[in-house]
Design a protein around this ligand. Structure first.
Ligand code: NAI
Ligand code: MG
Length: 358
């Protein structure tokens, strides 16, 4: 097998810290799995790059990424720069430029970890949230006018297209069908938003007719939040818009124990362009540079990337190494109630991969 060519963008804050930890883990996996190898290329794009060059990535950035098999990403966001510059200049530029229209976020309460829910409820969490990642509320359409005047106006227009809804609905149905329960919950807000959200409902309803074995239920997004908290075991795969899924998946991450664990995949299902894999957390200004960021989210992310690259065995091996470490509970970072630093958690996961210490 040729080496998987991975573009590595650490980005800002704790992004580079957790991504470098992830590369160590991937190297350990390559040493342990016959035939598995990686060719990593690092890009120093992000807020420091912006301070030097006036842009988050070079003009030909997307063209340079295009040849890679996948992108392994950290986080962006800088205390001194506006988020709309940093996020739109790098992360969203890649997601939208490469039409990574499916954002996939698995959530489970990993063994040994305590979430905020009662134990029996927490243990029932086993979800995949599928987020529309190319349009909707984050289409970037809108404008500002009359700046500084009393009549100043700012508008974001939520854009829903038949093609955009159909392709994400089909993708979500595929994910749901690949899981044992074959259960899809469609999240909407068509009671209050009478145009785009009604089109969303209509097109999703058309698509699910093609999946007769799929069990489908519908939730308004506000009611969905309480169902996630009160009846987590009734949920399996979730389809939601860009904004709704953004919010629901942070709730999911919190219910799963910590924002530091959540992983996400930005996928171009057509595979014409590389997909991008990242922990769901941001650059975490409060802990950056301290060496205590939880790297497990970036490891779970790496497992999603391996799965996408067809390396199913390595993906499972990495995920179970993470679970061995959480289950033992001896080497956990402060966000999970432990005292271990990033390096110690990374060493512990690598130790399990290599078959050391049991
Ligand atoms: P954040 O995710 O960076 O941090 C929220 C809280 O969770 C902080 O207290 C942080 O210390 C903690 N936390 C996050 N990841 C952790 C980890 N791996 N280990 C231990 N603790 C962890 O969210 P926040 O503070 O809202 O945003 C900071 C910056 O990151 C902003 O500029 C924001 O726009 C950006 N951001 C970027 C994202 C991305 O690149 N995909 C996603 C979310 C936020
Ligand atoms: Mg978010």
């Amino acid at each position: 097998m040729p080496a998987h060519r991975i573009a590595v963008i650490g980005g800002d804050g704790i992004g580079p810290e957790v991504v470098e930890a992830g590369l160590r883990v991937l190297d350990a996996l390559a040493g342990a799995e016959p035939g598995l190898s990686f060719d990593f290329t690092r890009f120093d794009w992000g807020s420091d790059y912006y301070r030097r060059n006036g842009c988050m990535m070079p003009e030909d950035g997307l063209a340079r990424l295009e040849a890679f098999n996948a992108i392994y990403f950290g986080a962006v966001g800088d205390p001194e720069l506006p988020d709309d510059i940093t996020l739109w200049g790098l992360r969203l530029a890649i997601c939208q430029g490469f039409d990574q229209y499916a954002n996939v976020r698995p959530t489970r309460l990993l063994p040994g970890l305590k979430g905020p829910l009662r134990p029996e409820l927490g243990a029932a969490i086993d979800w995949v949230i599928v987020r529309e990642n190319s349009e909707g509320e984050y289409a970037g359409v809108g404008g500002r006018a009359h700046r500084g005047l009393p009549i100043e106006v700012g508008m974001d227009v939520a854009v829903f297209t038949r093609a955009g809804i159909e392709r994400i609905a089909r993708f979500a149905c595929g994910v749901a069908m690949s899981r044992p329960r074959q259960l899809l919950t469609v999240v909407t807000k068509s009671n209050a938003q009478r145009h785009g959200m009604v089109l969303w409902d209509t097109v999703v309803r058309e698509v699910i007719r093609d999946y007769p074995d799929l069990t489908v239920d519908w939730m308004l997004v506000d009611a969905m939040t309480q169902r996630m908290v009160n009846k987590p075991g009734t949920i399996d795969t979730v389809l939601a818009t860009n904004l709704h899924a953004d919010i629901l998946s942070d709730l999911a991450a919190a219910l799963g124990g910590s924002l530091g664990i959540g992983a996400t995949a930005n996928i171009d299902p057509s595979r014409h362009r590389p997909s991008m894999f990242e922990p769901i957390h941001g650059s975490a200004f409060d802990i950056m540079g301290k060496g205590i960021a939880n790297p497990l989210g970036s490891f779970w992310t790496a497992s999603l990337m391996l799965d996408h690259l067809g390396e199913k065995s390595a993906a499972r091996r990495l995920m179970s190494a993470i679970e061995v470490v959480t289950d033992r509970g001896e080497v956990l970072s402060p966000d999970l109630g432990g005292t271990a630093d990033t390096k110690a958690v990374t060493d512990a996961v690598i130790g399990v991969i290599k078959g050391e210490n049991g």
